[in-house]
Structures are given as C-alpha cells and as structure tokens.
Design a binder for this molecule. Structure first.
Ligand code: FAD
Length: 376
C-alpha cells in the first residue's frame, strides 16, 4: 500500500511516521525547500504524551504548574495536577521528521500538491515539481491532506475554506515577578473577546500573545498591552489559524474514501484556546487507523468531533460574556470549580463540562445567558 501526504509539518509527519511504522510506503510532499520551521512557542496539555504514545522530552522547554487568571476586578490561581507543557514547535517538527525518515518515509521537498482525481482503486495526485517547474502526477492508494490552514487538498475537494483568526505572540524577557512555573491569562472584554496570555519558556524568556479576528487590530492591541507593562518584544510570531465550526461535522471525517484531511487543513483546532497540536494528532490517529483497517470513520474521530463542537459551544458562550461575567466566572473558579479545573485537561472538555455543571449548577444559567448574547 502507498500513501502520499501533502505537508511536512506536525500533522503530516506524525501520520507519515505511524503509517511507515506499520509497514506502509509513504511519500510526504512539502512545498518548502527544507524542513526548517520557524520558531514558535506552544503550550499543550500532557495529553500530548498519550496521543504520541511517548513523552517527547527533547522538545519540552518548560512545565507549568499554575495558571493565574485575571479579569477586570478579580484574580485567581489554579494549581494543575498535571502540568501543562511548553514545547518548541520547530523541535517537534524536526523530531517527527527524523522519526518518520528512520521508519522509511521519503520526504520530497519542493513538491507542491495541486489537485487529485480519486478513483475506486486509488488516487492520481498532480503536483508541481518546484525544482524543474514541471507539472507531474503520481498514483497512490490514499492521499492525506496535512497542508495547513490554506489547504490545497481541501480546496481540491471543493471544501470552501475555514473561518480564520489571527494568532500573535511576542517573545519577551520573563518579567522578574513571574515564576517560570506560572502561565498567566487576562480577560479584558473591552480589548479582546478572547484573552491575553503569558507563557514562560525558561528562566529568561516568555511568550505573550493574543488571538484576534483581525491581524492589524490584534497587533495594535498586543503592542499596547506590552507597552503598558514596559515589556519589550524581542521578536514576533504570527500566523492565521483555522477555527473549527459546528457545521464542519462531515469534514472532520474523510472527504472521499481515499482522501483524508488532518490538522489545520480540516480545522481540528479548539476554538476556545486556538490549540491545534493535540487535536490534530488525535485526527491523525483516527485517519491512520481507518487506512490501516480499511474502514471509514471510527469512534475516535466521532469523539474528537464532539470535543471540537463543545469547544465551539463554549466559545459562543464566552463571546457573549461581559467583564462582570468574567468576574463572576473567576469567583466560581476560586470556589468549588478549582478542584475540577485542576484535575481535568482542556483536551477533555466534554468530561470537564459535566463535572463543572455537577459541581456548580448556576453555571448553566450563566452559560445560557452568555450563549444568547454570543449568538445574538
Ligand atoms: C503563533 C501561534 C501560536 C500557536 N500556539 C499554539 C499553542 O500554544 N498550542 C497549540 O496546540 N497550538 C498552537 N497553535 C496552532 C498550531 O501551531 C497549529 O494548529 C498546528 O501547528 C497545525 O499543524 P499542521 O501540521 O496541521 O499544519 P501546518 O503546521 O500549517 O503545516 C502545513 C504544512 O503543509 C505545507 N504545505 C502547504 N501547502 C502545501 C502544498 N500545496 N503542497 C505541499 N505542502 C504544502 C506547509 O509548507 C507546511 O509545512 C499556534 C499557532 C500559531 C500561529
């Protein structure tokens, strides 16, 4: 069996590694001239260890044991039973590329996927050879699109693109009054419907960021946030991120019996925090299992879809929150919710939500009000 994967980043390389380890012939097409990813500081839950199947020690920069939450007039500290991990995306990609190549994967650089024709017995894949400039074709049993937010594979399948949002981060010197074990989050409804964050990378460096619907507005908002605290940006990291949408239901599954999408190409992103690494890996696992077992969609894919939909619903609730609501939420968090939030990760939101509601039924009314305002 032969599989072609478009995109040599986190999702594509993880899929390539799992398939090659199971004895499949895998070619990864990457349009770039080298696997030389830009530096990006990421925060993930420890669910990454479970999804990868091992602890990726070489990519972990730091472990975060507390989250400090700030709203307009409240503050609260949450202890995490299982620390969040701060990882270097470039190291993750290089690690997965090495593992994939050791398992027998061919990474073919300067190949830009263009289109496909899917038949009963295989897929014809059309690509541009960026070395010679020629248009070429190859056949495979399956094609996986792992080519990110502007996915050409998704477009070739008449998939009309995703909602997108801008993610901006600045690396700064870690402020003296912040411990490297503490992740900080600010809710400030006048300036963002999302939140600002500070992620400590080491004793010296932290990443401060913001999600924004519009890149220019986000950039100004981040600059003023940094200036108010006298935090000097050392460098900026920015890119568009796709937003999972409830209606994408069918698209989380395969789009033809021989063509699949994973990661950002199919918006496998938690829209509450815009985290896409762990959910992308979960999507990869379900596609790899489907290919190896010759099945269509599996339970893991449905579980992931439920989880992403729930994040979408929570996002809608939060979109309707005022500063007063965030103050109240932090009061709740400071009370009985603390225990629940510290023991369940953001990658198990479905389970977390049930526990939250059981421990604090007033949350249902507050969520309903937020939801009405969020979709209003
Ligand atoms: C600043 C920033 C901070 C973030 N922070 C976090 C975080 O803290 N936690 C978290 O979980 N997530 C975070 N994310 C999101 C996360 O980085 C993405 O969800 C994840 O990296 C997506 O990986 P991917 O492999 O699906 O796609 P990508 O990483 O976008 O990779 C797509 C690959 O496909 C290649 N490609 C594109 N088109 C073609 C083509 N036609 N032919 C061949 N190759 C092609 C590209 O060159 C690229 O190598 C952040 C994103 C940004 C921008």
């Amino acid at each position: 069996m032969k599989v072609v994967i478009a995109g040599a980043s986190t999702s594509g390389l993880f899929a390539a590694y799992l398939l090659a380890k199971a004895g499949v012939e895998v070619d990864v097409y990457e349009r770039a001239a080298a696997i030389d990813p830009a530096v990006r500081t990421l925060i993930v839950t420890d669910k990454i260890n479970e999804v990868l199947g091992f602890v990726p020690h070489e990519i972990i920069l730091n472990e975060v044991k507390h989250i400090d939450l700030f709203s307009k007039s409240r503050a609260s500290r949450m202890e995490l039973d299982r620390p969040d991990l701060i990882i270097a995306r470039e190291k993750l990609i290089l690690m997965l590329a090495r593992m994939a190549e050791e398992a027998g994967v061919q990474i073919r650089l300067k190949r830009r996927f263009q289109s496909f024709v899917s038949g009963q017995n295989g897929v014809a894949i059309h690509y541009k050879d960026l070395i010679t400039g020629e248009d070429k074709s190859e056949t495979a049993d399956y094609l996986i699109g792992a080519d990110g937010v502007y996915s050409a594979v998704a477009k070739a399948a008449s998939y009309n693109g995703h909602l997108q949002t801008a993610l901006l981060q600045a690396r700064i010197k870690l402020p003296k009054d912040v411990s490297r074990e503490t992740y900080q989050v600010w809710f400030d409804r006048e300036r963002t419907k999302y939140f600002y964050w500070l992620i400590p990378e080491s004793d010296d460096i932290a990443a401060v960021g913001l999600i924004s619907d519009e890149p220019r507005e986000g950039s100004e908002s981040l600059k003023s946030f940094l200036a108010e605290r006298d935090w000097k940006p050392l460098e900026y990291q920015a890119s568009m991120v796709p937003m999972h949408k409830y209606e994408y239901s069918a698209k989380v599954k395969e789009i033809s019996s021989r063509v699949f999408l994973v990661g950002d190409s199919t918006a496998q992103v938690k829209v509450t925090t815009v985290g896409g690494v762990v959910t992308g890996f979960r999507g990869v696992r379900s596609v790899v299992e489907a290919i190896l077992e010759g099945r269509k969609v599996n339970a893991e894919s449905r579980g992931l879809k439920r989880e992403l939909d729930l994040h979408w619903l929570v996002r809608k609730v939060l979109d309707g929150f005022s500063d007063d609501d965030y103050d109240r939420l932090i009061d709740f968090i400071d009370g009985q919710l603390k225990q629940v939030l510290s023991t369940v990760t953001r990658d198990d939101l479905a389970m977390m939500y049930l526990k939250l509601v059981a421990s604090q039924p007033r949350l249902v009314m507050m969520s309903a009000k937020g939801l009405l305002r969020g979709i209003g």
